[in-house]
Design a protein around this ligand. Sequence first.
Ligand code: DGJ
Length: 715
Amino acid sequence: MTAVDGSVVQLRAGGTSIIALVDAGRLPRIVHWGADLGELDDAALAAIVLSALPAIGDSAVSYPQPVPVLPQLAEGWLGRPGLSGSSDGTRWAPKFGAATTSVDTRDGGQVLRSDAVDAEYGLSLSIEIEVLASGLARQRATLVNERGESYRVDGLELAFPVPVTATEVLDFTGRWSLEKVPQRRPFHIGAWLRESRGGKPGLEHTMLLAAGEAGFGFQSGAVWAVHLGWSGNQVLAAERMPSGVQHLSAGEIILPGEVTLAAGERYTSPWLYGSWGNGLDELAGRFHETIRAWPQHPSRPRPIILNTWEAVYFNHDLDTLSALAEKGAALGVERFVVDDGWFLGRRSDRTSLGDWTVDPAVWPTGLEPLARRVRELGMEFGLWFEPEMINLDSELARTHPEWIFDAGHGAGIPSRYQHVLDLGHEGAYEHVRDGMFALVSALDIAYIKWDHNRYLLDAGHSPSGRPGARVQTLQAYRLMAELKEAFPGLEIESCASGGGRIDLGVLAHTDRVWPSDCNDPHERLEIQRWTGLMVPPEYQGTHIGAAESHTTHRIHPLDYRAEKALWGHLGVELNLLEEDEATLATVGSWIAFHREHRGLLHSGRVVHADLPNAATRLQGVVARDGAEALYAFSVTERPANWPPGRVTLPGLDAERSYRVNPVFPGTPLPEGAVVPPWLLSGVTLPGCVLGTVGIEAPSLDPDTSVLFHVTAVDA
Ligand code: DGJ
C-alpha cells in the first residue's frame, strides 16, 4: 500500500492491484483495477493518475473524471446514480465530500476506508474497498442519517471501473432445470441490466456480470466480473457512457420504504465482489480461494450423499427408505438425505408446507427408526425443509392466514401451489425455528436441504401491506445462523428449485448449493462449469441420476452420468432398489474413485481448455503443488470436423514432466470410442508440451468422456 501526499492509494494482494485517487476530499476513484503492477513509488502513482485523466471537449458534461465508486449526479454523472433516496422529496441529490482516507492490512489483504459527509444534507457515508489475500476485490458502503427527519433509501449501487479494452459483456440467464445459460454481447453505450425482483436471485439470475477483451476464454483474454453477495432483490449493471467511462455495478433493489433511516440509523450495502483474470479460470480461482479461506469452509472430506427425491419422490415408508439406505451404505454412501414428503399430510406438492411435524400416517413410529438405522449403517442423516414457504392447504395457513404475504390483494398467485410465509412476523419465525430445532435435535440431523420454490411477488407484510422482501432475506440468514449456532457441525444446502439461490450472501451461511434439478449430464456439464465460475467444486452438489433423465428424458450411460457427478460434492439420486447388480457395482466403483480423489477435486485449481472444436470440452482440477491432476475430455455433439485433434491440459507446471494415463473407474472404454495410440499405454511429456501442444483426443460418441489422470514423474 502506498499513499502519495494522501491523494493516491495502491492496494495490492493476490496478484491484484487497485489504484485509487482520493484527493480533494472526494470519494475514492479507482484508476486501475486488475493486474498487479508491483509496488509503485510516489512518482509512478502520481503519473498513473495524471495519465488516466481524460480530455474534456466542448459542450461535454465536464464530469470530474475518474468516476467515484459511488457516482453522483451532483458531480455531473448522468448514468445510474450511486445513491438514490430522499426525505419526502428533499435531500435527493447528495454530494459527499470532506472525505478522510485510511488504509489497513486485514487477513493478508488491504483495505481502504473513506469516510465522507454531505454536511448540507446531514448524511455521512463510509466506503470500504478491499483487496483480499486471494486478489478478489470487494466494496461496501454504510450510509448514516445524521438528521432528525427520516431518510428513505431507494438504492445504493457501487461500481468497479473496467478499461475500454473490455468490449464484450458476458452474463447468464436460465430457467428451471437449465440454469446458467451464457449470453454474450458487445459492451454498447447504455446500461445492460440484470435484475432479480423475486425476493431471491432466481433461476435466471446471472450470478456474475463480466466484461472482457474480445473473445476472452477460460485461459486467455483479460476479463473482469462483479457479483453481489446478497440473496434478495438486486440489480447488476454493465454501463458504458459516451465518454468511454464504463463500469460494472450492483446493489440491492430496495422496495418502497424497506430502508427508511431515522436519526442516527444506518444502512450497510451488501458486499459487491469484483474478480478479474487473464481468462475465466483465473477469475474463478480468486472466488474459490476466497471461499476456501473462510473459517467455516468445510475441512473434512465431503460425505457422499444419497438423496431420496428422484429415487422415490413422495412415496415414503420406513421399509423402503431403510432398504435404500442399506443399498447406499453398501456402495460407500456416507450421508442419507430424506427429501420432500415426510411431514404432516405431504403426499404431493399441493399441501402441508409450514406443518413441520413428521406425518404419523406415513411414519407411524416417527423418523427416529430410520435416522437410527442410517446411523447404524455408518451414515449421517439429512432432512429436507422449505422453511420460508406455506401451502394454503396446511394447518399453519388455517391457523395463521395473516402470516402469508399480502400487499393488499390477498395471498397472490400460487406457484407450485404454494405461497410465501412472512418470516417478518416474529410468531411465524418462531414457529418455523422451533419446528426445525425440535427435529434437528430429536433426529440428530447433520444436514438440512433448504429449499425455496416460489418467488416473492407482491410480498406485503400484514396488516400494513408494506414490502417485506428485504426483511425476509435477513430472517432467512438469521434462521440459518441460529441453527448453525445451536447445532455445531450442522450443514445446510442452499436449493431453490435448483440453482435459484446461489450467492455469497447465502454461502456464508451454508455448505453446499444445488446447481440444478437437472441431473442430465449433458446439461450438467454446462451448468456446473458456469456455476463453477464462482462456486468451488466442494460446494456444488452433483448427483448421479437415473439412466433416463427425469427432466430432459435423455438416456445416458452410467459412466457419463457418474463422470459428470465426479467433479463436485458427489451424490446419488437413483432408486438403487431398482438397479441390477452390475449397475450397483459400477456406481460403487465411481464412489470409490471419488473418495480416492476428492482430496484433489476439492482443493485443486479448476481449469478448462479453450478448444476450437465446439463439440468438445476439457475440464480438470490441478493440485495446488502441481504434482497431480485429473481431466475429463468430453464430446457433446457430432461435429463435422473429426477426429477432434489435440487437446491441451492447462494448469500444469511447464517445467515438470508428467505421466498421463487414461482411467476408467466404471466400464473400460466408452462404447464406440476410437482411441489414438498413446491412449493404449499412457504417455510421459513435459508440462509445457501438455499445456501448449496437447495430446490427441479420442474420438468419442456424443455424451461420452474419458478421464486422464496426470502425475508428475520428476518429484
Ligand atoms: C425442488 C428441489 O430443487 C428438488 O431437488 C426437490 O427437493 C423438490 N423441490 C422437492 O419438492
